[in-house]
Write a protein that binds this ligand. Sequence first.
Ligand code: 3AM
Length: 416
Amino acid sequence: MSTTPSPPNSPEASSSTKRKSVRPPSIVVETLGATTSETKEGLRKINNYLLKKEIGRGAFGTVHLGIDENTNTEYAIKEFSKSRLRKKEQMDLFRSGGPRGRRLMGLGVGRAAAAAKSSNPLDLVRGEMAVLKKLNHPHIVRLFEVLDDPSGDSLYMVFEMMHKGVLMEIEVDQVAKPFSEDVARRYFKEMMLGIEYLHANDIVHRDIKPDNLLLSKEDVLKIVDFGVSEIFVKGNDRLKKSAGSPAFMAPELCVAKHGEVSGKATDIWSMGVTLYCMVFGKTPFVSTNLLELYEMIKDAPIDFGDKSGNLLDLLQRVLDRNPDTRITMKELRNHAWITNDDTETMISEEDNCDVVTEVTEEEMNNAIKSIASIFAVIKAVSKFKRHSRSLSQQSLNKMMAEVKLEEESKKSSTLI
Ligand code: 3AM
């Protein structure tokens, strides 16, 4: 999907300058025993959601336009394959080299090991879910519901629908129509506010690029795809593993065994590459050969074309190969291009960053607390079906209690 940006002074542009009043808490519904059916027209339905059409494909599956038939509201429904997610967990575990390896999306390695082994399907997206549940910001896409159909391989995440699609389509072999400086400034500021909020909440996104910046019907930019985002330990934003799309990756990550690097600074570099895309319609480094691309990111001169003044200064400050001297979020806020030479104001850092508390182990568990009991019901029902002729209601209740107990003890043994 491509888009025509609205002028920067349109009413929708106001979210980067005005504070929304108190943000309601994010509530994510977890539905375990979801059922899949097919309509007469051959469309798939998961509970109340009708999957109307495919709107995209991500690394882990398909994104559908879904309609909640009860409310007629449109959603973007991400479909994951449980078996593929399981395989990925196992590969990550293997690569992480055991207990001393990296933290996986805010999951300790012990938790990842449990997720890889667990029969509990929502464990597979527990990290992304826990991150998204914690966040509530006008420039971060909202997650509403997660559904599992135990009889199939799919897991579904129901997100707010971003009708205007990706901010800009960037192709390796094509140049997109660049945005005017004013339009680029508005979108860049919205992205900045979203990332500033994530960083204040100890989350680095790690995959900032135009593909992960979507536009709503009202032309508001929102950040999506927390697939590789990582919660870092408070006050320590050091990252060990390279991630993110190569062309947007910071130079300090383009080295084998690069050791710890500042995750916040790498996000800022990716914001710089994204800004470059907005004003040039292409990435600064282009190569289909990955090694060559890494070399270019580390060394090649950057072509700033005809850009001058504040924009040129900003591009050079954001695309500074030295992470220690690269512009920081605080400095960005006061940069003359961002403030448009002091003519534009922005919501204060304090108001923007409404810091939420850390995602605790307990909250991770609670994020899917309904699972044990729903599994218990499913098990009990199937047991009931097997013995239905000989069972009274009383003995069914007894059986339910036994299955529940069994599940609880299994759960505590997998959650290390
Ligand atoms: O395949 P393309 O690039 O057209 O825009 C996203 C991308 O589209 C879309 O799904 C594809 C894979 O990420 N997408 C993801 N989340 C979305 C959302 N919340 C979305 N489209 C609309 N709303």
